[in-house]
Design a protein. Structure first.
Length: 366
């Protein structure tokens, strides 16, 4: 909090929104779970918000509220204080609570539960893994790899992503032809790989062998498990197999030694996490802030990028403008669905080489 407040002290006083009065209360309220188990996530998002505001001399003032035990009461307090726009809350249950009531101000929630029919003034921005699933499976199917096998960790996260990737694959004309669960911490994946790719391994010609079998592999795993899986592909004889993972296998900080075993694995992620830039290629608001606030580099890059994009969208709402798109987002190129959800329509994909992810040219194939 002290670091954030120190940076915020460098920000000039907020300007008035067009047609509004500062005297009547004209600021953007940030409603996040400060002080509970999600404190670290709240601070990382806040770092991105404050950093983006630092680079916007004509932007609004920011005030911070804890969502606390009663998010509805916290929301009403921010509105009563004069908030023009509310950014947050973060947790799905909190978003559901606000979605069930009339919202007095434009509200940009940072999670994406099922939308309540008829709700107005509610917009949603999140790091939805469905966006990664769409980008990753689009990369596979564009290269002609439509029959895909999967290894997935057998926990709630893994089972959810199994469904998301299967749905994304099917939406693009592909098919999940086999999926094998594993427990986190498993070390022997050879039996599962031999079972999934039996036809390919039995033939001297992989092209012929994959006539009806899987042509690629999706790995739903954290980094530690992925580092166990990838070396075993060659061990069982699966050379040059296209492999797609998720962004969870990489923490956003290059580590050649730790990630040496991830060679050729591909995953899709936000442009800021991969290359410290926006989707359109510009340095973006966080780059300038990092020069005056080096501690920003310690913030998880995906959450900092989410905060920066939330500020950009919140500023548009504060100005009374449309938020139907943010093509130059740090989390990706954003476009709004009819239900008010801002989707990351374009993400970058990267391939591990020498222990670091290298961003691929869009349209490049396995």
């Amino acid at each position: 909090m002290a670091e954030r407040d120190g940076l915020l002290a460098q920000v000039p006083a907020g300007a008035a929104a067009p047609g509004q009065s500062v005297a009547g209360g004209d600021f953007v309220a940030v409603l996040l779970p400060y002080g509970d188990e999600l404190e670290a996530a709240a601070q990382a998002i806040t770092a991105g918000l404050v950093a983006a505001r630092l680079g916007d001399p004509s932007g609004p003032s920011l005030r911070f509220y804890s969502s606390g035990d009663d998010v509805v009461a916290s929301y009403r307090r921010a509105v009563a204080d004069g908030a023009a726009v509310v950014i947050g809350p973060l947790q799905k249950a909190e978003v559901r609570a606000l979605a069930a009531m009339p919202l007095a101000r434009p509200t940009l929630a940072l999670n994406n539960p099922a939308r309540t029919a008829g709700q107005i003034n509610l917009y949603r921005l999140s790091l939805d893994p469905a966006d990664e699933a769409a980008a990753g499976t689009r990369w596979l199917t564009a290269a002609g790899y439509r029959r895909v096998a999967m290894l997935y960790v057998d926990d709630p996260w893994g089972r959810r992503l199994r469904t998301l990737y299967r749905q994304a694959l099917e939406a693009q004309g592909g098919q999940l032809v086999g999926a094998v669960p594993f427990d986190a911490g498993d070390t022997d994946f050879a039996p599962a790989l031999r079972s999934l790719f039996a036809d390919r391994l039995a033939s001297a010609d992989p092209v012929i062998a994959t006539g009806s079998g899987p042509q690629a592999l999706i790995v739903i795993a954290a980094g530690a498990d992925a580092r166990q899986i990838m070396p075993q592909l060659e061990y069982v004889g699966l050379f040059d197999l296209p492999v797609l993972g998720t962004s969870r296998l990489w923490n956003g900080n290059p580590n050649r030694a730790a990630d040496a075993d991830l060679g050729n694995l591909v995953f899709c992620d936000s442009p800021w996490a991969l290359e410290s830039r926006t989707d359109a290629g510009s340095p973006g608001p966080l780059a300038a802030a990092t020069r005056v606030w080096p501690l920003l580099e310690r913030s998880p890059p995906r959450l900092a990028a989410l905060g920066a994009d939330a500020y950009a969208l919140g500023r548009l709402l504060w100005q009374g403008r449309s938020v139907d798109a943010l093509p130059d987002g740090l989390t990706g190129a954003l476009a709004m669905d009819v239900d008010g959800t801002l989707r990351r329509q374009v993400l970058d994909c990267a391939r591990f080489s020498g222990g670091v992810p290298v961003v691929m040219t869009r349209g490049s194939f396995p």
